[in-house]
Write a protein that binds this ligand. Structure first.
Ligand SMILES: C[S@@+](CC[C@H](N)C(=O)[O-])C[C@H]1O[C@@H](n2cnc3c(N)ncnc32)[C@H](O)[C@@H]1O
Length: 270
């Protein structure tokens, strides 16, 4: 049983996360191509979707885990597969969502190249992932998976047994730094529509549960940006990128060459 003050803080975190998702959904709707049915891919779909799925969308999900796929109720098509190696037909999807997945990959760049190729002209790729250059990101990168697992179980209070857990081993390659992903996407002809750097749910809930942790994170969040001249924001634990593949006739010649059929083929064969 939690005390009323903690309950209140948790409700505030819930409200923040809801408003964040609403803003994200509005942003996605703003940039999405107008098409029916809209072809959506959930890459590393897990058992549920983090964005609002509209009834008229056709949703395909791919995941390594048969258990996660079997529990997912929003998918119209299910693929048991690996996004690092799966071959997609070029331009198969108008919206690709890859939420909390690339940090688990050994070769995130390869998976991203595959997803860039699978995106239609005018399509959107939504990537959500932890920011390595944050306190939480650095701890996750440099401590064994068992530490993260124990943290979720004892500090956050995850109660499911490990086979059902929503935690998966994490590689956190430096290739998933927001700047590196954006540069890779731009090399492949995509444009950055939006970047959100924010304090994600895990750290927010942890702060809501512990006043000591809250004080520590607040102090670090004030001091470290000043001490590093704004280069390190320890509480920007999570990042969301919205990347858009422009329609060919909107492009300059150089950019058009990047999304030309030969480039697409390279994505497809990769
Ligand atoms: C943290 S969960 C996120 C699930 C879902 N996207 C969400 O936000 O709720 C990570 C998911 O990625 C899947 N996954 C990890 N590596 C993968 C890979 N190489 N190919 C496909 N799925 C993968 C895991 O099985 C797991 O379901």
């Amino acid at each position: 049983m939690r005390c009323p003050r903690v309950e209140q803080r948790i409700k505030r975190v819930d409200a923040f996360l809801r408003s964040m998702k609403d803003r994200l959904h509005a942003e996605i709707r703003l940039h999405l191509p107008v098409k029916t049915p809209l072809r959506v891919l959930e890459a590393g779909c897990g058992s549920s979707s983090q964005i609002t799925i509209e009834p008229e969308w056709h949703v395909t999900g791919i995941d390594l885990s048969e258990r996660q796929l079997s529990q997912n109720r929003v998918l119209h098509e299910k693929i048991l597969g690996n996004i690092e190696t799966h071959r997609w037909e070029p331009e198969s999807f108008d919206l690709i969502v890859c939420w909390d997945v690339i940090e688990h990959l050994r070769n995130p760049e390869q998976a991203l190249r595959n997803l860039f190729g699978a995106l239609s002209q005018g399509g959107l790729l939504v990537l959500a992932f932890p920011h390595i250059l944050s306190i939480k990101g650095l701890i996750t990168k440099f401590t064994p998976y068992s530490v993260a697992s124990a943290f979720y179980r004892f500090a956050i209070g995850e109660t499911r047994d490990t086979t059902e857990s929503s935690q998966f081993p994490t590689h956190m390659r430096f290739g998933i730094l927001p700047g590196r992903i954006t540069a890779l996407a731009q090399e492949h002809g995509l444009e950055l529509s939006c970047q959100y750097l924010y304090e994600g749910p895990v750290q927010r809930y942890f702060r809501a549960l512990s006043r000591v942790a809250n004080a520590g994170f607040s102090a670090a969040g004030l001091l470290l940006p000043i001490m590093t001249f704004g280069r390190f924001h320890p509480n920007h634990t999570d990042c969301i990128l919205i990347l858009k593949k422009p329609v060919a006739h909107d492009l300059t010649d150089t950019a058009r060459a990047r999304v030309s059929p030969s480039t697409k083929k390279e994505h497809h064969d990769a």
